[in-house]
Design a protein around this ligand. Structure first.
Ligand SMILES: *[C@@H]1O[C@H](CO)[C@@H](O)[C@H](O)[C@H]1NC(C)=O
Length: 329
């Protein structure tokens, strides 16, 4: 009797262990298979707007109020092929209300250009929206024109762009949602920085280009070649920007974007927001590839500090990313 107990115990134990073992590995296999299938489904569904995964579509009600849409203000100068490319691209983006072309050439837009653009607008527009195309004709040729107040603008949000960069609609859409969370702020894809120039003493600054931003992760401006801001800043720029500063911009054909960054920072005492987005440069001879670019920009920064009586720009290290596309968390 004494000896039999441990034996029977052991055998029961063994039996159980085997039972757990076989059942366990089957369960684990099923679980693993399930995980793989779910992951594949999730990956397959993730980037599609309209399909649903377990009823999670990632879509939500997009309001049709003025806050729910935006207007594009595009600055262009005698580069009709780029203009055509840009416009035919953006016309297909959701939540776009209108496109304003800032026209500063001596001759008005030709009939053939207008015809072409109207045709493109009709054929590329999404079925659920009617996008309006407006030429804002200016007599004077000045970079300040791009920030002229637009009287009949229906949306609060302005997406200011140059004609030589293209952003996919998903990137535009994302920046717009970021702007909606902070509508007093400038939200853009091209960050720049002002650095204190210690060699030159106090209140002297150096313009920091892309590499310095990349190296330090710090920025204080986003350039208006690709940025969202509230339409009230167009009025502010038109009415409140010191005339001497505007003349300087017209004369030097540069730095209107730095001026806008100063204006918004001066009004908000807050930094802009840099959003991650894909950029496609379609015109290669940008002004930034010309020599002496950063010296001229440095000159602008210091000139504007004098005009404003202080340095309004606020540095930050925050970057907004689309959580759907940031891996894992
Ligand atoms: C900058 O902000 C100050 C204080 O709010 C204001 O008085 C001034 O008019 C602003 N400057 C410009 C150019 O908008």
């Amino acid at each position: 009797m004494r000896g039999s107990l441990p034996i029977s115990r052991r055998s029961v134990f063994k039996l159980r262990q085997v039972g757990i073992g076989t059942l366990g590995s089957a369960k684990i296999k099923i679980l693993l298979c399930g995980c793989v299938v779910l992951s594949l489904l999730a990956i397959a569904n993730r980037n599609r707007d309209s399909s649903s995964f377990m009823g999670w579509t990632g879509d939500f009600d997009r309001s049709s109020s003025p806050r729910g849409r935006y207007s594009i203000v595009i600055n262009t100068w005698k580069r009709y092929d780029l203009l055509k490319k840009s416009i035919s691209h953006y016309t297909s983006c959701p939540r776009l209300d209108s496109i304003h072309i800032v026209w500063s050439e001596p001759d008005p837009p030709s009939d053939s250009l207008k015809r072409y653009l109207n045709h493109v607008m009709r054929s590329n527009s999404r079925k659920d929206q009617q996008v309006e195309l407006v030429f804002d004709i200016n007599k004077e040729d000045s970079l300040n024109n791009r920030f002229k107040e637009i009287k009949d603008l229906k949306t609060d949000a302005v997406f200011s762009i140059d004609d030589d960069v293209i952003f996919p609609c998903t990137s535009v859409e994302f920046a717009f949602t970021v702007w909606q969370s902070a509508s007093d702020t400038m939200v853009g894809y091209v960050p720049r920085m002002h650095w204190v120039d210690q060699k030159k003493g106090e209140n002297k600054y150096k313009y920091g280009g892309w590499w310095s931003v990349w190296w330090t992760g710090t920025y204080s401006m986003v350039l208006s070649k690709a940025a969202f801001f509230h339409k009230k800043y167009l009025k502010l720029y038109t009415d409140e920007m010191p005339a001497s500063l505007k003349e300087y911009i017209t004369k030097n054909r540069n730095c209107e974007d730095i001026a806008m960054s100063f204006l918004v920072a001066n009004a908000t005492d807050a930094p802009p927001i840099w959003v991650k987005g894909k950029i496609f440069e379609i015109g290669s001879t940008g002004i930034s590839s010309l020599g002496g670019h950063s010296e001229r920009r440095t000159e602008c920064v210091n000139k504007f500090v004098d005009e404003f009586g202080r340095m309004p720009l606020v540095p930050t290290v925050m970057k907004a990313v689309d959580s759907r596309y940031s891996w894992f968390w």
